[in-house]
Design a protein around this ligand. Structure first.
Ligand SMILES: Cc1ncc(COP(=O)(O)O)c(C=O)c1O
Length: 364
């Protein structure tokens, strides 16, 4: 049956005329439904049009870049029409700085697409495995060459966090080595200030790059890259996307600006998300369902022989609880077995989690 969502995204939605508990998608703080973001989008559109219709800079876009720089404590930022373009842009811009790319085999499609366009040699390493990265670099990097390591920061289906600290350690053996993270799911959710995977591991310094999106924690749409003013002008100068692709629409610019501001000004939202994640992970552990103890709001339940998770998802649906059932290798980082992906929102209630846990206890 086709799923048609008939209400605004949130912890309770109406799907195909039934009100359900909703655990899918990526709107971890439900900011896509926040009236402040909606009003900001409305205002930006009524002042500047649905746009942009050109590549000229505008005051709302300037405000957004300032807001990103403030949130991430960087000098400047570059904004793109989608998060997918963030990885494409990063790989293209970095291509002048590396000899060979080493990429986590389960990285997002955008990471591979971005790297392929550079025409540089690409070697995959085992998912989340710094030892394999070290071996692959020792074996394949030409002598005197500069490596680029690329990976998702937080993987979208399993919620695994890339061991970015270990990757950075491996890279210290290679002067000029670069680490570049697609932090689509890490920004807003990881780190004490919600700055993402690097903040989670207290990683700072040169050679660290990341790109991300407003389409998840920040409640809007569009991609961005942060950094020094020099790095941002290098991006604009050195690749074709800023010239060849239209910028972000004005509504998304307005919403993203307020989304960043809300998450910066209201740390209680991140605290609520964390306590919700902890509550559900603990409840699952009590049921004997293994789940790593991380603050990532994506919880992945693996099947076991004799259990059909597709049927489990359908039975939950009959009880008006909706989780994602993803088939083997069904998305970029999916394992070769089926899984249930449960997205936790800051707006979910403990009653909802208790209901989900009670049903899962019977079904798993
Ligand atoms: C890891 C990862 N990177 C990039 C993207 C692309 O982001 P956007 O949807 O903003 O283009 C996604 C989208 O779901 C993602 O999961």
């Amino acid at each position: 049956m086709t799923t048609v969502m008939e209400t605004i995204v949130g912890p309770r939605v109406i799907i195909n005329s039934r009100e359900v508990d909703y655990y899918c998608g990526t709107s971890y703080f439900c900011l896509h439904a926040d009236q402040r973001l909606i009003e900001a989008a409305r205002q930006a559109i009524s002042s500047f049009g649905t746009g942009p219709g050109n590549t000229v800079d505008t005051p709302p876009m300037q405000r957004l870049r300032r807001q990103i720089a403030k949130y991430f404590r960087t000098e400047d930022a570059h904004v793109l029409a989608s998060g997918y373009l963030s990885s494409m842009t990063l790989a293209q811009t970095l291509s002048a700085k590396f000899t060979m790319a080493f990429v986590d085999e389960k990285s997002h499609y955008s990471v591979f697409d971005g790297l392929r366009v550079t025409g540089k040699a690409i070697k995959t390493f085992a998912h989340g495995d710094p030892d394999d990265l070290r071996k692959k670099m020792a074996t394949h990097l030409p002598s005197g060459g500069t490596p680029l390591v690329m990976s998702d920061g937080v993987f979208p289906v399993t919620g695994a966090i890339a061991p970015a600290d270990d990757y950075a350690r491996v890279l210290t053996r290679y002067p000029g080595g670069l680490l570049c993270i697609d932090d689509a799911h890490g920004v807003g959710t990881l780190g004490s200030n919600g700055r993402g995977t690097y903040e989670h591991f207290s990683l700072e310094g040169t050679g660290l790059y990341f790109g991300a999106t407003f389409s998840k924690a920040f409640g809007a749409l569009g991609g961005f890259i942060t950094g020094t003013a020099g790095w941002i002008s290098e991006i604009i100068r050195s690749n074709r996307i800023p010239e060849g692709a239209s910028p972000l629409s004005m509504g998304a610019v307005g919403a993203a600006t307020v989304g960043l501001q809300v998450l910066a000004d209201e740390p209680e939202l991140r605290a609520k998300l964390r306590s919700n994640v902890h509550y559900l992970r603990s409840g699952l552990s009590d049921l004997g369902i293994p789940t790593p103890n991380t603050p990532v709001p994506i919880i992945c339940v693996h099947g076991r022989p004799g259990l059909d998770l597709g049927k489990t998802a359908l039975r939950l649906r009959k009880e008006d609880i909706v989780v994602s059932h993803i088939g083997p290798n069904g998305y970029s980082d999916s394992p070769p077995v089926e899984v249930l992906r449960i997205a936790v929102f800051s707006d979910h209630t403990q009653d909802q989690f208790d209901r989900l846990l009670e049903k899962l206890a019977k079904l798993l």
